[in-house]
Design a protein around this ligand. Structure first.
Ligand code: 5AD
Ligand code: FES
Length: 348
């Protein structure tokens, strides 16, 4: 029964039709048509982006965070985390090396670190844009006010990543302390879009208390938001969090969701995430073959790589940026695609 529904559901998605909750559920539950699903997703991806894979240089600027998300290794309450923050000079030298290696997008990611005031952030953003006007700057620094987002945008930031994590209120409150709300998270995302950012959202697959129903709510929320970028990856346990006894998310379900998202949002920028590469040695290659078209190698200084641990066993924490990109080039090619030097804007 589910099997028939899920094959028909893939065909419906390819034709750009909306699915019922029942159809989504059948699709999420059934692995039998994964091959077909991935093939369709890859076809759609190639129609929009050919075999090109965009690279984003990830610079992890700080692991200080005022928040206490129960799943996250850099939560304020983790007394075992050794904290660091990069200076503007550190960040600019990461960008310099990145530019040399062919990166044309820099993603500044960090915890919600109050040291990075609006002024400091704007100064860094405009510094990068001045030096590299042909590059995009993406920020991933959490929840801020409309005014702060607007200031960063006016300073030159082009894109913003803020995963909604889950679109179900009850689930959201099981993943976060009371000080955080889904409502505010969603408001931030709508504000970012309104300001003019290319906006990214997303969620973890297999986070504690997630169900097929909450996943369907995630898909519905994304249909409403219409983001330019969608980041998903498996939830991976971190030993120093309240969720340390929960299992990590599954590779298969993550890949299935990558493919579903590609079919639902043909134009979307969809990374094959480090978390995917962490739960399986070929996870990122599989993500690309299931419809992903972006990879985000780490450009952070090697001295701090190991400290930015959102989850256990994160890969790529030992290698120099240049080694990382070489390794990724080979991986991307082995999957049948190629890395390009391009700012990599969304093709809507
Ligand atoms: N496992 C997987 N992903 C995680 N993130 C945070 N903690 C974890 C974890 N334990 C993700 C969140 C966040 C992004 C930066 O990293 O989705 O938005
Ligand atoms: Fe830093 Fe959640 S612990 S944003």
């Amino acid at each position: 029964m589910n099997t028939e529904i899920s094959k028909a559901a893939v065909d419906a998605l390819v034709k750009n039709k909306n699915l019922t909750d029942g159809e989504f559920k059948a699709l999420l539950q059934t692995g039998e048509f994964d091959g077909y699903l991935f093939e369709c997703a890859d076809k759609v991806r190639r129609e929009h982006y050919g075999d090109e894979v965009y690279i984003r240089g990830l610079i992890e600027i700080s692991n200080y965070c005022k928040n206490n998300c129960y799943y996250c290794g850099i939560r304020a309450g983790n007394g075992n985390a050794e904290r660091y923050r990069l200076t503007k000079d550190d960040i600019l030298s990461c960008a310099k090396e990145g530019y040399r290696l062919g990166f044309r997008t820099f993603v500044l990611q960090g915890g919600e670190d109050m040291f990075f005031t609006d002024e400091v952030i704007c100064d860094i953003v405009s510094g990068i844009k001045k030096e590299y006007p042909d590059c995009a700057v993406t920020l991933s620094l959490g929840e801020k006010s409309f005014d702060s987002y607007k200031k960063y945008y006016d300073a030159g930031a082009d894109r913003y990543l803020l995963r909604h994590e889950t679109a179900n209120n009850e689930h959201y409150s099981k993943l976060h302390p009371e000080s955080m709300s889904l409502e505010n998270r969603k408001q931030c995302l709508y504000n970012l879009k309104k300001i003019g950012y290319q906006t990214g959202s997303g969620f973890m697959v297999g986070s504690p208390y997630q169900t097929y129903e909450t996943l369907i709510e995630d898909l519905r929320f994304l249909q409403d938001l219409k983001p330019d970028m969608i980041g998903i990856g498996p939830y991976i346990t971190h030993k120093d969090t309240p969720f340390k006894n929960f299992e990590s998310g599954s590779l298969c379900l993550t890949l299935r969701l990558v493919a579903i998202l590609r079919l639902m949002f043909p134009y979307v920028l969809l990374p094959s995430t480090t978390a995917l590469g962490t739960i399986h040695p070929q996870g990122r290659e599989m993500g690309l073959k299931a419809g992903a078209n972006v990879v985000m190698p780490n450009l952070s200084p090697t001295s701090v790589r190991k400290l930015y641990t959102l989850y256990d066993n994160k890969i790529c924490t030992g290698d120099e940026a240049a080694q990382c990109i070489e390794c990724l080039k080979r991986r991307v090619e082995s999957a049948g695609y190629r890395i390009v030097t391009d700012v990599g804007n969304v093709k809507k």
